[in-house]
Design a protein around this ligand. Sequence first.
Ligand code: FAD
Length: 575
Amino acid sequence: MRDLHEWKDESYRHKWWGWGPEGLEYDMHRRPDFWPWICKIAALPDDATPAYRISRDSIKLPARKSQPEFDDAVTALLGIDRVRHDDDDRIAHSFGRSYRDLVRLRAGLIDHPPDLILYPQSHDDVVAIVRLAGDHDVTLIPFGGGTNIVGCVEPSTADDRMVATLDMRLMNRLLALDKESMTADLEPGLFGPQLERLLNAQGCSLGHHPDSFQFSTLGGWLATRSAGTQSNVYGKIEDMVLGMRVVTPRGIIETKSLPAASNGPDLNRVIVGSEGIFGIITQATMRVHPVPEFEEYRLLLFPSFRDGFRALRECVVQGVMPSMARLSDEAETELIFAAKYPSSGVKRILNGPVKRLLRARGYSRPAALVVAFEGTRKTARQLRRAIRRILRKHRAFDLGTGAGEAWKESRYDVPFLRDYLMDYGFITDSFETSTVWSNMMPLYEAVTEVIRKTFEEVTGFPGYVGNHISHLYSTGACLYYSVGGRSREGSTPEEMIEQYTTIKHAATSEIMRNGGALSHHHAVGYEHQPWIEQELSATGIRSLTGFKLCLDPQRILNPGSLLPDSALGPGSLPD
Ligand SMILES: Cc1cc2nc3c(=O)[nH]c(=O)nc-3n(C[C@H](O)[C@H](O)[C@H](O)COP(=O)(O)OP(=O)(O)OC[C@H]3O[C@@H](n4cnc5c(N)ncnc54)[C@H](O)[C@@H]3O)c2cc1C
């Protein structure tokens, strides 16, 4: 097994059943305290044996639909190597990477894989493919890294036309960099590490690091309205984009790259978040910034989640934002410490006199805050001074940079842990929302309680529910829940999905009842559709439907994602 943190790989392909490339898995053996902790929390016997997934060879896919004229035309256009329909490619493009997706992959429940995978290399390729798809009534699904967790690259079961997935990975160039204005023209198939490498080589950075950074793409980020860990200073992806080139069945939308404008409704904002249903993004002009001269991560402890919450809010009110802040509640903090390597600085610090001192001072069940400061050395240090003053006022105990850097090193490990736990029949996923400061604690408590209660009712076992506050704004922040625990004893894969769906439904309904966002950064896809009208209003949905049907009257682009089929059927718009 390779070391998760030493990994260098340029293929950006997931193993067929999970996260990351084959051979790269969670190193539980290096964390001796973690497995006993998990067993205790989830009421799992220490000697439980993993129930392995089925073998890849035993997966039988349904025969692919074929339209020989379309197949011939795209093969003539792209060449045989960039038109694929082998089983490996079809499986790799069947789903995203949600819990539901992984259960189905592991069990070989792949009823509706795409029929063809196309690898365009240029804007002109995409224009030609969209035209051919329209001529032959073939549906098209744009595909970045396939990391979404809401079902938005999954062929719709309600549409029986041929499906061609457009894997955008070969459109991975930095087309131009304007260092005077600090803008970059980029192709959408760039994966996070590729994009940063290209920009860093010229002293620039986009500064967008979602937790899926290693395997997700610029096009996917734009199409889902993604948020990176440093959104406090650089904004969400919609705040970074200046202009786009988008291929629709009705023609090309090009938005000008301007610092600001008053030229009617902002089309960039309509395209961003549209999950590939309005058009295929073939180029984006993004705001960039200099590679930070200074970067520092620190880990601090508060006596309680509430103390940390008050401290973050005061930072925001005083206008001093760390580039990243992630405040874990007491449950998530326990998990963070249980998962540490024994050799890590945090464990050494915490075991021994410091632990006794903290206990005596009221930190018996602390809440951890990871903060980052970046920029020029001078500004980052000034900011650090101002922020630490506020944090100390709210009783933060600073564990220093070693603990912060250890967190940074392992920040992309979580999906590997999910794979590990799924081997033991765990249900595990994350739910997220955002809300205003005044509603943060009531929403946090209400949703946590509902998830905990529903998990136990549905599975018969206690569930782990942890939370963090991240992505700070002047008016509020994102709340992010991690959920995990055993599925009901002896569950089939279908039953696991049913249990998961009940928990997810209860959590989302409670979020909506408490005024939270349907999603802060995970998008809508298929998973969040039941609540989309409640979120945007019936008239809001009708206006998006009008936009969709104007650009894509045959509904060939990503059917089933974002807008419910019922919104797009006959009579959905007034005559
Ligand atoms: C472990 C894990 C951690 C995650 N952490 C974060 C996080 O911190 N922040 C966050 O925002 N999200 C996160 N996500 C969700 C996911 O990574 C994001 O939604 C991401 O933006 C998807 O990018 P992708 O390249 O994988 O897109 P895909 O999953 O391939 O596609 C997503 C959507 O974009 C469309 N699309 C892709 N390319 C184009 C294009 N060129 N033109 C038009 N449409 C296109 C697809 O059709 C689809 O609708 C996480 C997911 C996982 C599994």
